[in-house]
Design a protein around this ligand. Structure first.
Ligand code: PEP
Ligand code: MG
Length: 762
């Protein structure tokens, strides 16, 4: 049914009003109508939006402005700018403006105070009312006052023409003209405690409501920045089956002065305190049941509690349950439980305990053993693949051990707090990863067959999540090309040629001085070709020679290498290329040959750059050698604060990509020699200064359409990968053995970002 009103109360709409209030508005209305406590509010209808653009006389110009090639970044952004300007500058008909403002005033009257509201976008397509445009438009939180609310509605309307939204519609074949936007104006819930819940066990589909909760606003739980309490309620009996009380370090609250959300430390007495009362757990489980019954499928629900009142903020289907598997039988065991924690990955396994303190003791874990550790690290994945089950001291449902175990189909109990002290090497234990219980000895547990995928200790099911951020791989030895390509990486983010050259035993100068230039070029071509062939047509960024003088000295022809006080700060990388141009020219000739062979995926990356002059001079030599820079990717490593802080100059000069060499960027920014163990404790790529430099470069490059990547060791660290995704990097290049883990981390981080955007919008 199409409604003609400009505004409607949320309780006046339901699931049949998609074309009026979009998916979000319809779902909120529906929940209110089945008695679920949803914060009240109203929707500015899609028709009001349409009416506005028609009567303001901007529709023709608007849709004309959107007719661009969306694959051209600059055109896309021009279209965004033009369309948003039209919306923001046009006069909104007075009756529509009045309807919005007076409905807000009515809402305040109804509540007896001037309320804070969230203004969220709910887009809808005329032909396909249930099309989902989730996460593509904006949300404005903590709005108060009729004028502020009206402005936020207008900004939501404009956000229908954000670059991402325009691109998506064109890609999906939606006509811009047929997509409208309803703005949902809903009261904010200032939660004292909040979280998420699943109406069915998310990995097995059992009728158990799994609730996760922490102090403050739900964002801390959704983003994974706090370890939440975890409660399990039997959906049929409404009995609380288990309570796991986490140590909650931080909380996100609305600052009463600024009204902005801020992250603060949880007061000491609340850190270890249980967040929900049993009554609240049961009440939440009832709402979960109502929603699952109503929608007919398990739901992922966001909730909050303000002044002892529970609110349901969002409900959407759970997508992780594999319905082809029967729910596991309830496990009932007779043995002695010696440890409990979170059942992070279902399945039961008996085996011998192997306590692991770092990736170095991984060899201890033999096929079927139980890996016990404080928390798993990416370098422990090979051992995790052999393990029959995994038990950790730390972690919640979203920790590394939990995610990887689920992916591997390996039973896991996480967050036991004391597994590494209670369990001893060589003990036999039984792990129930569904219930989160560890038993002494071999215990028969009903329904204990490992899920099929767990046969995976020998035949691991490897899947490749699709990531928007490209995942690449670093290669140093051409004979590792096949192994690198087998990671299914999106390209090579760094091909180091030093190893190839140092392996020859003779310096480039030796070849040149002895009239053997062609031999040298052929060696380079051979090495690079092996890798470029293995990846074609995926890009392979080859770094020009970056060996410090001390490494050359031992080679034939290196006798006269200068002795430098600090080779790390010395004559290496681009600075050597530009003063000793003869060897650089040979490299360029090798690149030219490779392109002539059809290996057009080979790109050139310049190391140790610190001033734009260096890029300019290197490009001039390439052109002089006959390279057509139109057809070949040229980029720089960002390894010096100098390059990072003047990135605009490089962009102006023209380059296709930058790649962060964080191994060096860290040592040069923090003044910490990367090879000196006396200061090794100070060496961290996660130092805020490094992150700031990276963020600055990525922002500038993203604006200019220059690709950004990382090829330092830190790209193989999940924590860094997560940060880089948040910062907006375009690709991450990791070591061969870290590609899968980084890809997983990136996929998860991207999902968290999307969920955050989605939940903000809802
Ligand atoms: C770096 O500095 O991060 C890098 C990748 O280069 P290298 O380790 O070879 O100096
Ligand atoms: Mg370096």
């Amino acid at each position: 049914m199409i409604r003609l009103d400009a505004v409607v109360w949320l309780e006046e709409v339901g699931k049949n009003d998609l074309s009026t209030v979009g998916g979000k508005g319809a779902s909120l209305g529906e929940m209110i109508n089945i008695g679920v406590p949803v914060p009240g509010g109203f929707a500015v209808t899609a028709q009001a939006f349409r009416d506005f653009i028609n009567r303001a006389g901007i529709s023709e110009k608007l849709f004309e402005a959107l007719k661009v090639d969306v694959n051209q970044e600059t055109e896309l952004h021009k279209a965004e700018k033009a369309a948003k300007k039209l919306i923001m500058d046009a006069k909104v008909p007075k009756d529509i403006e009045d309807a919005i403002k007076s409905r807000y005033e009515e809402l305040c009257k109804r509540e007896g105070k001037q309320v804070f509201v969230a203004v969220r976008s709910s887009a809808t397509a005329e032909d396909l009312p249930d099309a989902s445009f989730a996460g593509q438009q904006e949300t404005y939180l903590n709005m108060r006052g009729a004028e502020e609310v009206f402005n936020a509605v207008r900004k939501c309307w404009a956000s229908l023409y954000g670059a991402r939204a325009i691109f998506y519609r064109v890609e999906q074949g939606f006509d811009h003209d047929k997509v409208n936007l309803s703005a949902i104006v809903q009261m904010m819930v200032d939660s004292e405690k909040a979280g998420v819940m699943f109406s069915s066990q998310p990995s097995t589909g059992e009728p158990l409501v799994v609730i996760e909760g922490a102090w403050g606003l739900g964002e801390a739980v959704v983003s994974g920045s706090v370890s939440p309490d975890n409660y399990v309620v039997d959906r049929q009996t409404k009995k609380v089956l288990s309570k796991y009380i986490a140590t909650k370090e931080i909380m996100i609250i609305r600052d009463p002065k600024t009204q902005k959300t801020v992250t603060i430390k949880v007061p000491a007495k609340k850190k270890e305190a249980v967040v929900l009362t049993e009554d609240e757990m049961v009440q939440l489980a009832k709402y979960a049941e109502t929603l699952e019954n109503h929608y007919g499928i398990p739901q992922d629900i966001e909730w909050g509690v303000e002044k002892n009142k529970i609110y349901i903020l969002q409900s959407r289907p759970i997508t992780t349950i594999d319905n082809t598997k029967k729910p596991a039988e309830a496990a009932a065991a007779s043995g002695k439980a010696i440890l409990t924690g979170l059942g992070a990955a279902p399945g039961v396994a008996t085996g011998i305990v192997r306590i692991i303190t770092s990736g170095r003791d991984l060899d201890k874990v033999k096929q079927g053993d139980i890996m016990v550790t404080k928390m798993t690290m990416p370098d422990m994945v090979p051992g995790m693949k052999r393990a029959g089950a995994i038990v950790t001291d730390e972690g919640g449902m979203a920790c590394h051990a939990a995610i990887v175990s689920r992916e591997l189909g390996c039973p896991a109990v996480v967050g036991t707090k004391k597994a590494t002290s209670v369990l001893k090497d060589g003990m036999e234990i039984t792990v129930d990863g569904g219930k989160g219980i560890v038993y002494e000895g071999r215990v028969a547990v009903a329904g204990s067959a490992k899920p099929a995928a767990v046969a995976g200790a020998t035949g691991v099911v490897v899947s490749k999540p699709i990531t928007a951020t490209e995942i690449k791989v670093n290669v140093s030895e051409p004979d590792r090309a096949a192994a690198a390509a087998a990671t299914l990486a999106d390209g090579v983010g760094l091909l180091r040629i030093e190893h190839m050259i140092l392996g020859l035993g003779k310096t480039p100068n030796y070849y040149i001085k002895n009239g053997k230039s062609e031999e040298y070029i052929d060696e380079l071509v051979k090495g690079v070709k092996t890798v470029a062939d293995a990846f074609f047509p995926r890009p392979v960024w080859v770094r020009t020679l970056d060996a410090p003088t001390d490494e050359f000295r031992a080679m034939e022809g290196g006798e006269n290498e200068p002795i430098e006080h600090n080779p790390m700060l010395g004559w290496r990388g681009i600075r050597r290329d530009l003063t000793e141009t003869e060897h650089f020219r040979r490299e360029v000739r090798a690149f030219k040959k490779l392109h002539e062979m059809g290996l057009t995926n080979v790109g050139i990356m310049l190391p140790m750059v610190q001033h734009v002059r260096e890029l300019r001079a290197a490009k001039a030599i390439m052109v002089d050698e006959g390279l057509n820079l139109e057809n070949i990717d040229v980029g720089i490593m960002v390894e010096t604060p100098g390059a990072a802080l003047t990135i605009e100059d490089f962009i102006d000069e023209g380059l296709d990509f930058v790649s962060f060499g964080t191994n060096d960027l860290t040592q040069y920014t923090l003044a910490v020699d990367r090879n000196n163990e006396n200061v090794a404790g100070l060496y961290t790529e996660l130092h805020p200064a490094i992150l700031k430099l990276i963020e600055y470069v990525v922002e500038n490059c993203n604006e200019a359409g220059v690709k950004t990547s990382i090829c330092g060791q830190a790209g193989s660290y999940p924590e860094m990968a997560k940060r880089l995704v948040e910062i907006g990097i375009t690709s991450i290049s990791a070591n061969i053995d870290a590609v899968a883990t980084v890809r997983e981390t990136v996929a998860r981080s991207e999902k968290i970002l999307m969920l955050k955007a989605l939940r903000k919008q809802d």
